[in-house]
Ligand binder design. Sequence first.
Ligand code: GMT
Length: 384
Amino acid sequence: MNVGIICYASVGGSGIIATELGKVLAGRGHRVHILSGDTPVRLTDYQPGLSFHRVEAPSYPAFREPQYLLSLTNKIVQVSRDEGLDIVHAHYAIPHATAAYLARQILSSVGGRVPRVITTLHGTDITLLGGDPTFKETVAFCIDQSDGVTAVSDGLRADTYQHLGVKTSIAVIPNFIDCLANRRRNVPGLRAELAPDGQAVFVHVSNFRPVKRAPVVVEVFARIRREMSAKLLMVGDGPEVNEAARVAKRLQVAQDVAFLGLQEQVVPLLSIADAFILPSSQESFGLAALEALSCEVPVIAARVGGLPEVIDDGVNGFLHAPDDLEGMAASAVRLAADRVTHTRMAAAARRTAEERFSEARIVPIYEAYYAEVMRRERRGYTAP
Ligand code: GMT
């Protein structure tokens, strides 16, 4: 098939999944065109069958904001025409589902080949933004007008029906991971450097947006520190990084918290961790949690959104009510102190990634979904 994939380029699960999907599909013989405002972080090497189309949003004195929606729409129209796309796969509804819808309408109105539109919902596009009255009706309309819609978890699917009132059927296709690339490595030097006195090591990886509650990670860690000697690695960057650092100072654990910023290679850091801490207020799936599981790192998380579909409480990690910081800390201490439990959960974590969320298992589900949508009756524009 000939597929156009639209995604955000910045670090974030939706862009990562979209790009990885494109790479695997190209490896399986499809032609894939990635459309994005910048080169996505995971689009690093040349691969036959995979190309990149930059979406430009020129500034103009009359505009106060760049017109991303218009330029993306136009780019989809051009690439569809030039390349003969079968499918336009929009990752993240806002505004990608709208751009794909508009492009399909434009292409339909002039005749010729018209691609099917598939929208994949990722999380904050629904739970934080989609239901906002500023966007709601347009977002719901464009989701309903897509030829196919997928969500990354049952939880997100339910939220979409509840918050946006969409009517169309939504298929759940979970996120996936390359289990070969994301596996625990032996990095004794790194552990000795970051935890020189044999301390337990906890890790948090995110974009430090408020929804991730990075300052709460530090609060949980301060409770852990009362019980044992430990280090916390904070990986990533974003709006709450400084607040998290302030909390570390206030709680007098700053000397044991390392803010490492954006890291291209998280596998070595995950490979020295005893547990991953993810107390998000909302999380449709938790790709970072899956990366940890794949590296044999049990995850301690808030019981919200799609996280219970990834983390089995007491099996590959622990789930707690979002405000149960004591419980999260107690689980962390238990994992680091009880090696038998840790070994059992680390093995279960890896099995979760391999058996339920491997790229080899999930990408063919996307392929089958593409084929099903191609067979469906078209939606959208009908010529007058
Ligand atoms: O996490 C975010 O703030 C943005 C968003 C994204 O575009 O990366 O993340 C969402 O999509 C990921 C990929 O499907 C999911 O793994 C994340 O759980 C989801 N984030 C939230 O629901 C908060």
